[in-house]
Design a protein around this ligand. Structure first.
Ligand code: SAM
Ligand code: SF4
Ligand code: SF4
Length: 358
């Protein structure tokens, strides 16, 4: 396995800064920025209501990175090789003034893609403004089109229609092709996989089924709750014949399938049964400014403290490159060898999904 710390190729956006490359030879290419730890859903697999109830204290505002701080860090990540930026959360549309952050990020030279992941209920009223600010694409999470299953999986009483209205508005605003993410949990929503595929078949919207993952420590994940990607494919294929198509870009996480009747495509993300750590070029910036190098990490590098103590761009760039160069994460590939407990017998610490945004 190669172990370079700096790629010999230079960064197009800043010819003086080398691309960051990790200890397993993976470039830093994508950045997910979490803009809030709050959410208007309580999906039991992410923010269970029992823990995130009325009395839960979310981060106070001074602890959140400001838009100016996010913009500065995003610029430095771009100088380190990042080409794609995704805004996430919590629920990112709860962050006040989000279009102005998008507009700032859109000015960065070298960013070829600015996307957003949302649960969609606030999208209808914000889509046009976000698109005007420079947002290019949205991914909307939708675990079911059936009201009772949707409510069970979102932990709230919204109707799925609110999400469909958001999807329509996003499409009308030019934020397509829209991707729809559906986490599949055995015994909860797996009975409607084929029906959901039918809802989106022929619409130009790309539905992607995601294997339920053991992210965080709160969802009491069990391997038995995971419906393997191959099962999902077979179920859809039995009703709507499919054929695999090549990835649209290197490192694409979803395996793509085309409907043989020409009515579009569907994706399946096999994070558990067929991990793709070897191609993982993704960094995450938490709401309070930690750089996290894996979805299953136990912590991250604090960038907010040096930022607020007046660190220069060169110092911050060195922290980003240093953290990335030490990266050896490949949790999903090692999952079967992992223990749920640390060496001292305490449960393994893992960052929660709503802190890093998927
Ligand atoms: N609130 C936004 C949303 O739901 O789209 C953005 C943040 S959410 C953490 C990002 C994505 O992570 C969602 O598509 C959600 O379904 C997915 N997710 C959360 N917990 C998950 C888990 N345990 N396994 C698989 N996907 C998960
Ligand atoms: Fe909120 Fe998204 Fe987590 Fe659901 S998955 S609780 S919508 S952050
Ligand atoms: Fe990337 Fe970590 Fe997921 Fe592997 S387990 S694909 S390294 S985020």
């Amino acid at each position: 396995m190669p172990c370079p710390s700096v790629d010999v190729s230079m960064n197009d956006s800043n010819p003086t800064t080398p691309h960051a490359i990790d200890a397993l030879g993976r470039n830093l290419r994508d950045l997910r920025i979490s803009v809030t730890d709050r959410c208007n859903f309580r999906c039991p697999y992410c923010m269970p209501e029992e823990i995130y109830g009325e009395s839960y204290r979310f981060l106070p505002k001074p602890q959140l990175l400001t838009f100016e701080e996010i913009h500065r860090l995003a610029r430095l990540f771009v100088e380190s090789g990042v080409e794609k930026i995704r805004i996430t959360g919590g629920e990112p549309l709860l962050r006040h003034g989000l279009p102005s952050l998008i507009a700032q990020i859109a000015t960065l030279q070298g960013v070829r893609d600015i996307a957003l992941t949302t649960n969609g209920v606030l999208l209808a009223r914000q889509a046009a403004e976000l698109a005007d600010a420079g947002l290019q694409r949205v991914t909307v999470s939708l675990d079911s089109h059936e009201p009772d299953v949707f409510q069970k999986m979102s932990g709230r009483s919204f109707a799925p229609d609110a999400v469909f209205e958001g999807i329509d508005a996003a499409e009308a605003a030019g934020l397509g092709p829209i991707k729809i993410n559906c986490v599949v949990q055995r015994g909860v929503n797996d009975h409607q996989v084929v029906d959901l595929a039918e809802v989106f078949k022929g619409t130009g919207r790309i539905l992607r089924f995601i294997e339920y993952m053991d992210v965080g420590t709160l969802n009491q994940w069990d391997l038995g709750d995971v419906v393997p990607a191959e099962d999902i494919r077979k179920r859809i294929h039995a009703r709507f014949p499919l054929e695999e198509v090549p990835p649209s870009y290197s490192g694409e996480v979803a395996t793509r399938f085309r409907y043989r009747d020409g009515s579009g495509e569907v994706g399946i993300i096999s994070s558990v049964t067929k991990p793709f750590c070897g191609a993982c070029t993704r960094a995450r910036l938490t709401t309070e400014g930690r750089l996290v190098t894996c979805l299953f990490a136990s912590g991250g590098e604090d960038l907010r403290t040096p930022l607020r103590e007046g660190a220069s761009d060169a110092e911050l760039l060195a922290r980003i490159a240093g953290t990335w160069s030490r990266r050896t994460d490949r949790y999903s590939e090692e999952r079967s060898h992992q223990s749920d407990t640390a060496t001292d017998g305490r449960p393994l610490q893992k960052i929660e999904m709503y802190e890093i945004g998927g």
